[in-house]
Design a protein. Structure first.
Length: 172
């Protein structure tokens, strides 16, 4: 069986084109990884209202154009490794912004960046320590027995554990 011969200059042109595209992709990846893009993320206004060790509690400012404000606040628990800013990418592309527009009072845990001194901090410390303290803080702030809890990624596992251990503090 004879195979058609492809001219060498065509092969070289395709290789050069592929190399150029690979270089463009590598340049774009470098810009993203080094933070050289001019895209601002996590722009929804918030206030840090609670701190404990490296852990912070963010309370997002209500949106004036929101629907009727719901009485029960929502605590979002994100992962320890990934950043909670994934839920607040850009205006118009933000889970937090959309929740606020629906009249939900949004709080979010920022676990911070662990350091060497955190090497003995356990899951129990996160669930029955930090989370419990934060949830009690929110409950006291609103004079409520229960709040809503939403976990994402590892925060989902933390939230399930917390809800199982403390059902008297979680509404949904």
């Amino acid at each position: 069986m004879d195979h058609p011969k492809i001219p060498v200059d065509l092969i070289m042109a395709k290789l050069a084109e592929g190399a150029e595209k690979a270089q463009e992709r590598a340049q774009k990846a470098q810009e993203v990884l080094l933070g050289e893009l001019d895209t601002a993320i996590a722009t929804t206004p918030y206030e840090v209202i609670y701190k404990e060790d490296r852990v912070k509690l963010k309370h997002y400012k209500p949106v004036s154009a929101a629907k009727e404000r719901l009485r029960t606040p929502l605590l979002i628990v994100y992962a320890l490794i990934n950043r909670e800013t994934m839920l607040d990418l850009q205006p118009g592309r933000s889970v937090v912004e959309n929740l606020l527009k629906e009249g939900i009072d949004v709080y979010m845990i920022d676990w911070g960046y662990p350091t060497r001194k955190d090497r003995y901090v356990t899951i129990d410390d996160h669930v029955n320590g930090y989370m419990d303290n934060i949830i009690d803080f929110i409950r006291r702030s609103h004079a409520l027995a229960k709040i809503n809890l939403m976990g994402i990624c590892m925060g989902g596992a933390f939230s399930v554990m917390y809800a199982a251990l403390h059902p008297e503090k979680i509404k949904n």
